[in-house]
Design a protein around this ligand. Structure first.
Ligand code: HEC
Length: 241
């Protein structure tokens, strides 16, 4: 390989490293090869094994590289969602209440919604029915031999109750409730757990102020590369089992 080409190749390796370390690696190899090449060229057997075969190998790789580096193939399916469609799905509520929508409710208003839409799976008092998930009771049992994990006994943030019901409940038809109805049924779940009175107004201002019994029961994630959620970040811990 002439010296000028080797220099060009060195530059290309440098440029490539920014775009694709794998391609840069291949070019680096080619450069090493060109140095060997000069010494080995005199011997035909060496020439075949050290130069021709690897060059063909690299050649194929370089030829394939654009395809390998290209982004996912285009299938011509779907379309870019509109800002309104994104907004409709962008429903995350942070522990501090960031993202709670306008609206309000009370447990008194939530009772009927709960009876019609929730009780058949969660029981009239949130005790869990037919193997359904209990969502009330168990406060103070977490350290006992028979811990009962419910919204009241386990979840650290009241704001997650709105977020979870709003996105996931009723299980058979999530998204059917209006924000007012979700606030009311959230109030009712709090009421079943003895954490709100029947007439307390639950809204974006009052919900974050409710102190959940297990709010200090979670340890910080000790892994150094995992940042502790900052204000406004989503805390997924309580909703996953
Ligand atoms: C058809 C049965 C069904 C109905 C109706 C239903 N849920 Fe659920 N609910 C479930 C199931 C199943 C889970 C557990 C889902 C999971 O963990 O992935 C659950 C989980 C929950 C949780 C979280 C419990 C926890 O500790 O993880 C809450 C809170 C909740 N539901 C509230 C409600 C409310 C409020 C309604 C009425 C608006 C409702 N659910 C209606 C079946 C139901």
């Amino acid at each position: 390989m002439p010296k000028a080409r080797a220099e060009l190749l060195t530059f290309q390796i440098f440029a490539c490293r920014i775009v694709s370390p794998r391609l840069a690696g291949a070019l680096q190899w080619l450069l090493q090869l060109s140095k060997l090449q000069r010494r080995a060229l005199a011997r035909p057997a060496v020439k075949l094994s050290l130069v021709v075969l690897p060059s063909v190998f690299i050649g194929i790789h370089l030829w394939l590289a654009p395809a390998l580096l290209a982004q996912s193939p285009k299938f011509g399916l779907g379309r870019i969602p509109t800002p309104d469609e994104i907004k409709a799905q962008d429903i995350s509520v942070a522990p501090d209440g960031t993202g709670l929508p306008p609206g309000s409710g009370t447990a008194a208003l939530g009772r009927e919604i709960y009876t019609n839409r929730c009780a058949r799976c969660h029981g009239d008092k949130g005790e869990g029915k037919d193997g359904g998930v209990p969502i009330a009771g168990g406060i103070g049992t977490l350290k006992s031999p028979k811990p009962l994990r419910t919204v009241g006994s386990y979840w650290p943030h009241a704001t997650t109750i709105f977020d979870y019901i709003n996105r996931a409940m009723p299980f058979n038809n999530p998204g059917m409730l209006s924000h007012d109805q979700v606030y009311s049924v959230t109030a009712y779940v709090l009421y079943l757990n003895g954490l709100a009175a029947e007439t307390d107004t639950i809204d974006a201002r009052t919900l974050p102020k409710i102190k959940m019994p297990n709010r200090d029961g979670f340890v910080k994630d000790p892994r150094p590369d995992v940042a502790t959620p900052k204000k406004g970040n989503i805390d997924h811990a309580p909703t996953h089992h």
